[in-house]
Write a protein that binds this ligand. Structure first.
Ligand SMILES: NC(=O)C1=CN([C@@H]2O[C@H](COP(=O)(O)OP(=O)(O)OC[C@H]3O[C@@H](n4cnc5c(N)ncnc54)[C@H](OP(=O)(O)O)[C@@H]3O)[C@@H](O)[C@H]2O)C=CC1
Ligand SMILES: O=C(O)CCCC(=O)O
Length: 494
């Protein structure tokens, strides 16, 4: 079948959007550059500066100084600035979405969804900035009153991945700004442009020019070594692979830096015999294909109870067959390219390995010929636990289905992973759904739905999936330091 053709007007608009971005926001005279490519065509779309570790230290210096002044502003002021930024992000949603699609690949409609999701973090933290941040309690043995305050922790280092280039940036930058911190942001080298647009809009909304410094670089290791050894960094927030998260935690341990780590997942999605079939199929498609499967909360292991398995696999495969693969700028496309060649090679290997171990390939399984990094929506059924795909984070549009006998079997398989980010349960028996959800060792559980992401909810995982939470009020606390005042009292206390 011919791939859908690209809308020329959208292409031109996206070219204009890319051309409008100031690539060197640090303006340090850096002459090294690197290439950012469109994953749908492999063509170069931008050449931002490749900043050195020394450049990053200058950025840190600026963010730290600006942060000291920002910390003294009122919560009302910070809230107003964030509200303005929200409005401007929404006004510029088409420009932002075009940049996201061109550098990351997701279909334009999904990119627009990411812009709204990302902007919602800014609005949420504009509101949270005003919440009371302190407490009062009596010393239980009398003699003093304990007052607590929460203040900005200091300068934050924010490292983001390529899969949600806007939402992961705002999920970190907005709470940092809301409480009064400065920040150095390092976007993924594959997708740095969106973050530059976000920073530009924040400044236009009233964020001081130097408060949020975006460092574009391909030298991530040297960057983090230099910054994590600098005592001015008081907070690191990272989203990405568990391997890099561990390296950062090692560096944080040395200098005792407060850390939030949002790392890999291996989400189980359990469908019980008593699930509503249509709901389970729909939820599983949503959970599997979030961001083309390139999400840490994407359903990684679909586990289906024996009694409903055949009907589920039938329905799920038919829904996966409806996906339209192609360039995210083309009309009707619902599945864009994957991020790079390495990902395509991984998926081909997963499929080959699973089939060689007895899995049943129900749909897809190949990378189409031609330019760009594409992989078909794929369904593998009866995947044995020995298959590589049953043990690893897939991060793409390949669904791995296995069957289970009963509740105990399903739960024990679901928990048999070092990861604990998200899980999903489908059952019309609400007692069972809650009971199973309670016994799944993950930070988030979707019950009868395939979505857990929500700005008002604490996003994060257990075990090797990370530390800390993002979004919600808990996400704000990650950028705060608690202080208490022990106020002497004459009375013995009440
Ligand atoms: N939990 C999640 O949300 C995500 C999980 N992943 C998982 O990780 C796998 C690999 O993806 P990838 O993008 O390579 O993830 P990485 O963990 O390598 O990259 C995430 C971010 O960390 C940066 N980084 C890389 N090395 C270091 C370092 N030594 N010190 C500081 N920062 C560093 C990257 O920079 P640079 O781009 O320059 O390498 C990028 O900005 C995926 O296939 C997926 O399994 C990926 C993305 C998100
Ligand atoms: O997948 C990720 O890398 C981050 C989380 C995306 C989401 O908020 O849903």
């Amino acid at each position: 079948m011919m791939p859908p053709s690209i809308d020329q007007q959208l292409l031109e608009r996206s070219e204009a959007a890319l051309a409008s971005v100031v690539l060197d926001r640090l303006d340090l005279g850096t002459t090294d550059t690197f290439e950012v490519r469109d994953p749908a065509t492999e063509r170069v779309i931008a050449t931002p500066p490749d900043h050195s570790a020394d450049d990053a230290l200058v950025a840190l210096d600026r963010a730290d100084r600006a942060g000291a002044a920002w910390a003294r502003t009122t919560a009302r002021h910070r809230s107003d600035v964030l509200h303005r930024a929200y409005g401007m992000l929404i006004e510029q949603r088409d420009r932002l979405a075009a940049v996201i699609t061109r550098e990351m690949g997701k279909p334009l409609a999904e990119a627009l969804g990411e812009v709204q999701y990302a902007a919602d973090y800014v609005r949420w933290y504009a509101e949270e900035a005003l919440r009371p941040a302190g407490g009062y309690r009596e010393n239980p043995v009398g003699g003093s009153t304990i007052l607590t305050t929460r203040g900005p922790i200091g300068t934050a280092l924010l490292i983001t991945p390529w899969n949600f280039p806007m939402a992961m940036a705002t999920r970190k930058i907005a709470p940092a700004i809301a409480v009064g911190c400065g920040a150095v942001v390092k976007p993924a080298a594959l997708t740095p442009i969106t973050t530059l647009v976000v920073a530009e809009i924040f400044v236009a909304a009233g964020v001081p020019e130097e408060l949020v410094q975006v460092v574009t670089t391909t030298r991530a290791g040297a960057f983090s070594e230099a910054l994590m050894a600098d005592p001015r960094v008081r907070k690191v927030s990272f989203t990405g692979s568990t391997g890099v998260g561990s390296v950062l935690l090692g560096q944080a341990a040395k200098h005792v830096i407060k850390s939030s780590m949002e790392l890999g997942g291996n989400a189980p999605l359990l469908v019980f015999d008593d699930a509503d079939l249509d709901r389970a199929v729909e939820g599983a498609v949503i959970a599997k294909l979030r961001n083309g499967g390139q999400s840490c909360v994407a359903a990684n292991r679909i586990l289906v109870q024996d009694g409903i398995a055949d009907a589920f696999v039938e329905g799920f495969t038919e829904r996966m067959r409806e996906t339209v693969l192609g360039n995210g700028l083309a009309e009707g496309v619902t599945l864009g390219p994957v991020i790079d060649d390495r990902a395509v090679a991984n998926f081909s290997r997963f499929v080959e390995d699973a089939v060689s171990r007895g899995a049943d390939l129900r749909l897809g399984g190949s990378a189409p010929e031609g330019d760009g990094h594409f992989f078909e929506a794929t369904v593998l059924d009866r995947v044995p636990e020995s298959a590589e795909i049953a043990q690893t984070e897939i991060f793409g549009p390949v669904a791995s289905i296995a069957r289970f006998r009963d509740e105990a079997d399903g739960i024990s398989r679901a928990n048999a992973t070092p990861f604990g980010l998200a899980s999903y349960v489908f059952s019309e028996n609400i007692d069972r759904a809650f009971d199973v959800a309670d016994r799944l060792d993950t930070g988030m559980v979707g019950i009868n739905q395939g979505i857990v992401s929500n700005v008002a909810a604490p996003f994060g995982g257990t075990k090797a999936s990370g530390l800390g939470r993002e979004g919600s009020s808990e996400g704000l606390e990650e950028y705060q330091e608690i202080r208490f005042y022990n106020l002497a009292r004459r009375s013995a206390g009440s």
